[in-house]
Design a protein around this ligand. Sequence first.
Ligand code: UDP
Length: 414
Amino acid sequence: SKYRSEHHKPRVLSYRPDSVKAVAALEDDYDVVMVGAGLSGGVLAERLARLAGAKVLLIDKRDHIGGNCFDYLDPDAHVLVNRYGAHLFHTDLAHVYEYITSLHPWERYDHQVLARVDGRLVPVPVNINSVNALLNLTIKTESEMDAWLKKTQQPPAHGGAPRNSKEMALSRVGPALYAKLFEPYTKKQWAKDPAELAPSVTARIPVRNNFDNRYFADRFQALPSGGYTAFFNSLLAHPNITTLLNVDFFDVRARLSKRAKLFYTGPVDTYFKAAGLGRLEYRSIRFVRELYRNHGFFQPVSVVNYPQDERDCGFADCSFTRIVEYKHYYGQQSPHTVTFREYSSDEGEPYYPVPSQRNVELYAKFKALADAEKGVFFVGRLANYKYFNMDQAIDNALSIYEQTLCDVMPASAA
Ligand code: UDP
C-alpha cells in the first residue's frame, strides 16, 4: 500500500466558552480558518497544512468531524453505520484516488443497488436484467439490448439536448421504465416533477446495454478501511491542524485571527443571509432506524430503492425512497442487523441542492456576492450549491488548493 502512517491522532477540541484551552485555540494566530470539517474543508486543511506548512484552524458547528461522511458503530447491532446516509466512493480520476490512498488505506467495494418495482427486485441502473424482469422480455445480447433501447428511447421533440430531468430519463430508458423507476422516485426524492429539475439529476443514472449489475462503472470504487471517520482522522492528523468542534462560525467570527485567510464550506445563502436575497432550497433526509436482532441480512444488497409508493412495502408508510443496510459494507459480521429508511424532506440539515430554475437563478446572485467577497474562498457542495459527488468535491478542493496557495502562503508558493 502507498499509504504512509503519520503515527499521530488529529488534535480535536470541543469548544466551550469556559474552556481555557478551547478559547485559546480559537483565538490563536492562524494562517487559515477553514469553516466546515467535511470533505472539502478536510482536504483543503490537509493540503494547506502538510504541503504549504500553513497553520490551520478547522471549525465545525457539529460535534464530530467528517461532515456528512461521518460514521459510527451502531450501539445495538455493532455495525458501522453512516449518520447521514450511505457514502460510496467512486471515481475515474486517478489523481483523486492516488491522493486519498496516500493518506489512508482503502478497500475495493463494487456498489450494487436494487429497486423494488411491481413487487420485484431489479438492478439499478437499468441493464438487460432489469428490462427483462420488468417487461417480461428475453434480451440476451448487447446488440439486442441496443436495438431495444433504440426503439424505446425518446429523444426530446425539440431536437436539442435534454433540457430537464424528464427529458433526460426519457431519452435514456423510454416511457415504460421512466414511469416505473424515474418519475415516482424523483417525485419522492425532490417533491418536484422531473420536468422541473435540471437534466443533471437523472443524468447521474446511466443505462447499460449489458449485464453489469454495479451501480457505478468507474475504474476506482472503494471504502476507507475502518470507515469514513477513520479516514478523516488520518486526513486531519497533522500537527499544523487544530480542529474545534461545537462552534458556529457566525458566533465566533469576530474573535478569529484577522490575518487568517478564510475558507467557507457552509451553505452560501447562510453566509449572505443579511443580503436579503431569500433562501436557497435544499433537500434533507429523515432516517428511520430499524434494529433486527439475530437476523442475518434484511435485504440482498446494501441499498434497495423504493421508487413506487406501494402499499405492500412492509411498513406503515411507504413514502421512503430507499432502505440502507450497512452490514453489507466491509464484510461486517454481527448476529444482528440494522437498517435505515430514508424519507426525503425539505426540513433539516441541508444535503442536496435543488437544481430548479428558481434556485439556479437565485444561486447566480449569491455567486456574484461570493466572487466579490474579499479574502474568503467558497468551497464545496453547499458553498457552490452543486450536487458534487465525493470525488468531485475532492478534485475541486485540490484545485482550489493550487489556485489559492499564493494568496494563503506567499513564501511557500514562491
Ligand atoms: N433516480 C430514480 N430512480 C432510482 C434511482 C435514481 O429516479 O431508482 C433518480 C432520482 O431523481 C435521483 C437521481 O436519479 O434523485 C440521482 O440518484 P442517486 O442515486 O445518484 O442519488 P443520491 O445517491 O445522490 O441520493
